[in-house]
Ligand binder design. Structure first.
Ligand code: ADP
Ligand code: MG
Length: 529
């Protein structure tokens, strides 16, 4: 016996769910009895502490506290350095968080977790998805699948409601660290993402910061400098979040902290709070407009707006959305739990498919995903299940030389929001000089033709047979169901495949050996006990 779960590994809060024998979704509480666990780690004790205890204790030891690892997933150069000098990659911090989630869940269920579906933001590119997989492996979790957060929320919505005929649903997900908008087509058994967009540096945390800045200003007037007292500042960060939550139900609140031994109390009413966060909220509305435009839709085409993410509890957000769209947003799914629940439903589906050999574990790169032994007797039969189609969250292109203008630019080949899996063939490229021996193919991620605004995700020197004429080239970009990109070039004269550009994983991700070392390191920490 074992259990299969869905894990929403959020920027600020994470959640775990499973589907019980009767087919009901159950959120698995952590050891503290909470349905969601802060994605935070505090070092400095005998072993790292995770979650609300870490958050609370961070006040007295802010330098040993890491709260934003998810923002750094897939950044090879990022390291958190604890006070004892030990360093941790973002994947390792995430693995520590996942270890707690795994161990608390196993204790609650009284069974081992045999596999998990983990969700990631739709905008996560290949390196961040791989990093998430690596974090799970380092935490001793078998990954059944990685799916997008809005898709998971849509599954939770679709399974719990009778959707009937196809609906266009917009998911407005305002969490702690990020803001995402997705537009999907949902009916009773399929979900198709039409467009997705987001601001990855905008979330409840920024709202807390707006409160912090306000309190700092008020403190200055009383001759107190919060910045000069790092513990007071950390305490203020935590209290600002509590105050913000209170203002979702109360008209006013108070923040009290000690700054260098002096007592500071600042009052904050809802109206002032709403003024403080106006620009942040306007940004979310702007992203909504952009997403609608990119989907070639009008608000009137949208049947439903679903609110997801803890920050959507702020009452003014709901009225702003209604003002902008004419649609009253719906709270039909639980803002904190829908993503984990959707992932749990998908886990059931994957287990059944794996058991019957239908699940496609290969990707066209040939890097076979880990084979997992599953037992479909451990999952219930569901009345409904969902198939889904996602879209690319970035444009993919190559660097091209424009001889007329004597400049390099980005030529997008696969547009953003292309339904995956997909393949796009683009002609009209060529070598730039006679007798050229090789082409330097550089693969980009981004929408702009200006190279300053795109990311280089891979490059390769591809050999061409030198000849008198300029060689016409065809470039093929494909994206498999895991959002993994492949780019190859064809010599059109001789109809020869010149080879594939490998997307440089090693630039962003841990090697297999590093993942194994991380697993050993995390395991030794005994996070669960
Ligand atoms: P993420 O998925 O990005 O980790 P969540 O969806 O869990 O985030 O949302 C967490 C955010 O929601 C935090 O910034 C938290 O302070 C905020 N939040 C939770 N409850 C409320 C509330 N009642 N009012 C306002 N903000 C809230
Ligand atoms: Mg979230």
């Amino acid at each position: 016996m074992g259990k299969y779960v869905g894990i929403d590994l959020g920027t600020t809060f994470s959640a775990v769910a499973y589907i019980d024998e009767k087919g009901n979704p159950i959120i698995i509480p952590n050891k503290q009895g909470e349905n969601i666990t802060p994605s935070t780690v505090l070092f400095g004790g005998k072993k790292p502490v995770v979650g609300s205890v870490a958050k609370r204790k961070s006040i007295t030891d802010p330098k040993n506290y890491e709260a934003f690892a998810k923002r750094h997933m897939g950044e090879k150069t990022y390291n958190f350095t604890a006070k004892d000098g030990e360093t941790y990659r973002a994947e390792e911090i995430s693995a520590i968080i996942l270890s707690k989630l795994k161990s608390d869940s196993e204790e609650f269920l009284g069974e081992k977790i045999e596999g998990a579906v983990i969700t990631v933001p739709a905008y996560f590119g290949d390196p961040q998805r791989q990093a998430t997989r690596d974090a799970a492996t380092a935490a001793g979790l078998k990954v059944l699948d990685i799916i997008n957060e809005p898709t998971a929320a849509a599954i939770a919505f679709g399974i719990s409601k009778n959707v009937g005929k196809a609906q266009k649903v917009m998911i407005y997900d305002f969490g702690g660290g990020t803001f995402d908008v997705s537009i999907l087509d949902i009916d009773d058994n399929s979900i198709k993402v039409i467009a997705t967009n987001g601001d990855h540096q905008l979330g409840g945390y920024d709202i807390d910061k707006a409160i912090v800045d306000y309190v700092k200003e008020e403190a200055k007037e009383q001759g107190l400098d919060v910045d000069s007292d790092i513990k007071a500042l950390q305490n203020l960060m935590i209290q600002a979040e509590t105050a913000k939550k209170e203002l979702s139900s109360d008209d006013s609140t108070e923040i009290s902290i000690y700054v260098k031994g002096e007592d500071l109390t600042v009052e904050l009413d809802r109206e002032t709070f709403e003024d403080l966060i106006e620009t942040i909220l306007d940004t979310t509305i702007g992203v909504m407009q952009r997403t609608i435009d990119e989907a070639n839709l009008e608000y009137s085409d949208i049947d439903k707006i679903l609110l997801v993410g803890g920050s959507t509890r702020i009452p003014i957000i709901q009225s702003l959305i209604e003002e902008e769209t004419g649609i009253k947003p719906s709270s039909e799914v639980h803002p904190d739990e829908a993503v984990a629940i959707g992932a749990a439903y998908h886990a059931v589906d994957v287990v059944k498919q794996m058991a019957s050999g239908e699940f496609d574990t290969s990707s066209s790169t040939g890097d076979e995903k880990e084979k997992i032994d599953v037992n479909s007797d451990d999952v219930p039969d569901l009345e409904k299940n969902y198939s889904f189609k996602d879209v690319t969250s970035h444009g993919i292109g190559i660097v091209v030389y424009n001889s007329d203008e004597d400049r390099l630019y980005n030529s997008v080949i696969m547009e953003k929001n292309t339904e995956i899996p997909a393949e796009v063939v683009q002609e009209g490229y060529s070598t730039s000089a006679p007798y050229q021996e090789c082409i330097h193919l550089q693969v980009t991620q981004g929408e702009s033709d200006n190279l300053d605004y795109v990311t280089m995700i891979g490059d390769a020197e591809l050999k061409v047979r030198p000849r008198e004429n300029i060689v016409p080239l065809r470039v093929i970009v494909s994206c498999d169901r895991d959002a993994i990109i492949h780019v190859r070039a064809i010599d059109m004269d001789e109809n020869i495949d010149l080879g594939e550009v490998s997307i440089n994983r090693e630039k962003h991700n841990m090697t297999e050996e590093e993942v194994r070392a991380a697993a050993t390191r995390i395991n030794k920490l005994n996070i669960g006990d």
